[in-house]
Design a protein around this ligand. Structure first.
Ligand code: ZN
Length: 273
């Protein structure tokens, strides 16, 4: 499932390709991919609008237009790719093609069909329909002091569950959460209120380091993730614990898989106290 680094890789790749382009008439191969407005309204309204910049909040890609915002969430298996309009026809799970006036196009494919697009007109509409339950972006919107202040209000929460909670801070998923807790040496079962002096700051630094490395290595590909030119990510080769059940930690101890907050969680019982 794409997390913050994968969406950020796509954002950085697409921004120079899309900026200034004007949308032509969309092709909705699976109309239910459009969450808002109706597929008919979406098709009529997008045509003629121009891309200004690409933003991101957590796992949401926000394409800012000269009027309104096109929001995209990849969910489990969504992929965005940029190719000439005809080139994507063989793509197996093509759900939406958004051609531009110059003949190029942004395509959305999605095997599991959970990914969604929204076209909203105003800031309040974007907030109400798309970002209502989405907290500040954990990489761009939170300084260390802000992060510590948010943690203070959630003393009873387990760290693993809290970091996965998009309303607390947006962007982390299962893979990067396990990696960040390993990097900061914190047992995923612990609660916020049990952190000792300096551990919350260490966690904040680990989150920023791990997410930055994930972006630098083009994201993590286990099965489905591709960037917008179809390339695989490379961060999976650098994961310290995630997906490495029965593998050895760099300390020599076996990595264990447990369930925390209902999610499969990888950790090293020796390095994470
Ligand atoms: Zn270890």
């Amino acid at each position: 499932m794409p997390e913050l680094p994968e969406v950020e890789v796509i954002r950085r790749e697409l921004e120079p390709l899309l900026t200034g382009k004007e949308f032509a008439v969309p092709h909705l191969h699976m109309p239910s991919t459009i969450e808002y407005p109706s597929p008919e309204e979406f098709t009529a309204a997008l045509r003629g609008r121009r891309v200004e910049i690409l933003n991101r909040r957590g796992k949401y890609l926000l394409i800012i237009l000269n009027r309104g915002v096109l929001s995209i969430h990849l969910r489990m298996t969504g992929n965005l790719f940029y190719a000439d309009e005809g080139k994507a026809r063989e793509e197996r799970f093509l759900r939406v093609s958004l051609p531009f006036a110059d003949g190029s196009a942004l395509h959305f494919s999605d095997m599991r069909r959970f990914g969604r697009l929204w076209l909203t007109e105003t800031g309040p509409e974007l907030q109400e329909l798309v970002l209502k339950r989405v907290g500040p972006d954990i990489l761009n919107d939170l300084g260390c002091e802000d992060f510590l202040a948010l943690l203070e209000k959630r003393a009873g929460s387990r760290l693993k569950a809290l970091l996965l909670d998009q309303g607390f801070a947006a962007g982390m998923g299962n893979i990067y959460t396990d990696e960040c807790l390993f990097r900061s040496g914190i047992d995923p079962n612990r609660r916020v209120g049990e952190l000792k002096d300096g551990e919350a700051e260490k966690l904040y630094r680990a989150i920023h380091e791990v997410l930055a490395e994930g972006i630098e290595y083009g994201g993590t590909t286990f099965r489905d993730y591709r960037n917008s030119s179809g390339a695989l990510g490379d961060f999976q080769s650098r994961l310290a614990v995630y997906g490495r059940k029965d593998g050895l930690c760099r300390c020599g101890s076996p990595i264990e898989k447990i369930r925390v907050a209902g999610r499969g969680t990888y950790y090293c019982p020796r390095c994470q106290q």
